[in-house]
Design a protein. Structure first.
Length: 113
């Protein structure tokens, strides 16, 4: 008896066309996968090196002014601004400072009802 695995069979032209299409589809899929992995890696490297948003260098305030004897309740740095909430006696206020220049942008008194 002959072993069918050792026999070489000629493929029909239709089978060769189908196998060729499958190979092209496989190569396209693998190529897209490799490109996608490369793009994700590049984005992670970009973000990791500080290229994707606010940095600590957005804030260069050397000093800011609040009333003497005031108690700072909170300070939040976001979007290039520093927001300070403080209490001076019975009055509570919020001051917003520019992160680059240190200039006060706005002062908002907090009123109780």
């Amino acid at each position: 008896m002959s072993n069918p695995s050792k026999e070489t069979q000629e493929l029909s032209p239709e089978a060769r066309i189908i196998i060729g299409r499958a190979r092209k589809s496989f190569l396209l899929s693998v190529g897209l996968l490799v490109v996608g992995i490369f793009v994700i890696g590049a984005v992670l490297m970009f973000r990791g090196n500080g290229g994707g948003g606010g940095n600590a260098s957005d804030y260069v305030i050397a000093s800011m002014s609040i009333p003497a004897g005031a108690e700072i309740i909170s300070a939040v740095a976001a979007d290039g601004r520093l927001t300070v909430t403080y209490r001076a006696g019975a009055m509570t206020s919020v001051r917003i400072f520019d992160g680059k220049t240190g200039q006060m942008v706005r002062e908002i008194p907090v009123l109780s009802e």
